[in-house]
Design a protein around this ligand. Structure first.
Ligand code: SAH
Length: 193
């Protein structure tokens, strides 16, 4: 496919993610935060992810400064990239819908926090992170550039590694046995068989 088409598909996915998240950001402002684990490390990781998944891709799409690091991929892998992006949009939407007012961009417990174990959360504990994995893999298949294509995987991998353990610990501290029980029935990123 034309690299312009691939860039447009990537741009549309970013747009979809902003549209999906917007109403949750607005609504959740009123649900008071009672436990905030937004550390300096957490803020740095959020910034890194923003650079890797949005800023570098934008620089690649709108300027030619990263063109020295371009690569090409066979058509089949490009289609796989489109498939990953489609899965991303679907699962990102579903997980926001199911998590509802409990959603936060970082590790936080809200005033009326409930443990969600229905919808996509009935099979997977971190469907939103699964969705973001789909995004960053899709990114590497759509943006044919060693910097802008791979920066998402590197940034999110780091964030995932440093976040998912503390997040589960926080949930366990808040919900105790209920979370342990939920944990035993679900997979982290993919359904447990
Ligand atoms: N890790 C989850 C949620 C990401 S949003 C996912 O990938 O789908 C991060 C916030 O979600 C955290 O601050 C935590 O408070 C909240 N959270 C995570 N799992 C939850 C669950 N099962 N029920 C309610 N809130 C949850």
């Amino acid at each position: 496919m034309e690299s312009l088409i691939l860039k447009i598909i990537y741009g549309l996915s970013i747009l979809a993610s902003i549209i999906i998240r917007r109403p949750h950001e607005n609504r959740n402002k009123v649900n008071k935060i009672v436990d905030n684990q937004k550390t300096a490390l957490e803020k740095t990781l959020l910034l890194l992810v923003f650079i890797g998944m949005m800023i570098l891709p934008m620089i690649y799409v709108f300027t030619g400064v990263l063109d020295f690091a371009n690569y090409t991929l066979p058509l089949a892998l490009q289609f796989l990239g489109v498939l990953f992006m489609t899965l991303f949009v679907w699962l990102f939407y579903r997980s926001h819908k199911d998590l509802g007012q409990n959603w936060s961009v970082s590790l936080e417990i809200r005033d009326e926090h409930t443990l969600v174990s229905s919808g996509v959360y009935s099979k997977i504990r971190h469907p939103m992170y699964t969705a973001i994995w789909f995004w960053v893999i899709g990114q590497s298949l759509l943006l044919h550039n060693y910097i802008a294509g791979l920066s998402g995987i590197v940034a999110f991998w780091l964030m995932y590694l440093l976040r998912v353990g503390p997040e589960e610990k926080m949930m366990e501290n808040t919900f105790g046995e209920q979370y342990k029980n939920y944990k035993s029935k679900t997979g982290r990123l993919l359904p447990k068989f």
